[in-house]
Design a protein around this ligand. Structure first.
Ligand SMILES: COc1ccc2c(n1)CCN(C(C)=O)[C@H]2C(=O)Nc1ccc(OCc2ccccc2OC)cc1
Length: 246
């Protein structure tokens, strides 16, 4: 275990603090926007964008969110003790997963909308991406996360566990990653026991399995897109999005 941490409480406190400091938007902030929807004209404007324009529009915004997840990862006790390559390997596959976990905090299950460009958007706004199955899967996942009614503390520990995942391919020092993963798992079970919600644990592992298939769908769509629009993907996407996902 990382020597600096005397006990699990301290581990949980540092992950919760990091989650709060890197959450880009506070839930209360966006609660006020939940019923701010796009007008028919605004929806039509998004739907008349070309495929590559809309992909670029979304990639820029999602890269914003990914940057905050990179910051979050750096403050997970033990993450920075891993080799650079292992840190990149974990972020390559885990950062979009954490973005999608966090995205569920900005999802309105009553009108099936998600925060996007300052308002809350329904799936029809993303029609010009030409990947309705990805959007449906993103919305379904957000619904599933909201149904668990996780606290911010639980989301923080769950996000850390999603990120520190030893199943990632090409890890150099799997056993070191395993030690960090075990301490985060201890933290999550500690939080759930304290909240008297241990039954959530297996539901969270099911959510992780759904998340993995959702993110491989995202990668598949991105590969499809990059082949069809190589110029946009290689020169107009944010470097971090390319580095992590392309
Ligand atoms: C961490 O949680 C959040 C939640 C919301 C937002 C952010 N962070 C960052 C700031 N942001 C802004 C500025 O709009 C929001 C955003 O990006 N929303 C948004 C973007 C794309 C969407 O679907 C398309 C799509 C989804 C998955 C994978 C690829 C995709 O397209 C290629 C849906 C919503």
């Amino acid at each position: 275990y990382p020597h600096s941490l005397r006990n699990i409480d301290e581990l949980c406190a540092s992950i919760v603090r990091s989650h709060r400091e890197t959450s880009q938007y506070r839930v209360e902030e966006l609660q006020a926007l939940r019923w701010k929807l796009f007008s028919r004209e605004e929806i039509q404007a998004y739907q008349s964008k070309s495929v590559d324009e809309m992909w670029q529009h979304c990639a820029v915004r999602l890269t914003d969110a990914v940057q905050y997840v990179v910051e979050f990862a750096k403050h997970i006790p033990g993450f920075r003790m891993l080799s650079q390559n292992d840190q990149i390997a974990l972020l390559k596959t885990g950062s979009m997963e954490v973005v999608l976990v966090r995205m569920s905090r900005f999802f309105n299950t009553e009108n099936n909308t998600v925060f996007f460009d300052g308002k809350f958007a329904g799936g029809e706004v993303f029609k010009s991406l030409a990947c309705g199955d990805l959007i449906t899967a993103v919305f379904d996942f957000a619904h599933g996360m909201c149904a668990l009614k996780l606290t911010e503390h639980q989301i923080a520990l769950f996000s850390a566990l999603v990120l520190i995942n030893t199943d990632r391919p090409s890890l150099e020092d799997r056993s070191r990653v395993q030690r960090v993963q075990r301490s985060v798992e201890l933290g999550l079970t500690h939080i759930l026991r304290r909240d008297n919600q241990e039954s959530l644990m297996h539901k969270l592992y099911q959510r992780m399995a759904v998340l993995r298939s959702l993110c491989s769908l995202h990668m598949e769509k991105l590969r499809w897109f990059s082949q069809r629009y190589p110029l946009t993907a290689h020169s107009l996407f944010p470097p971090l999005y390319k580095e992590l996902f392309a």
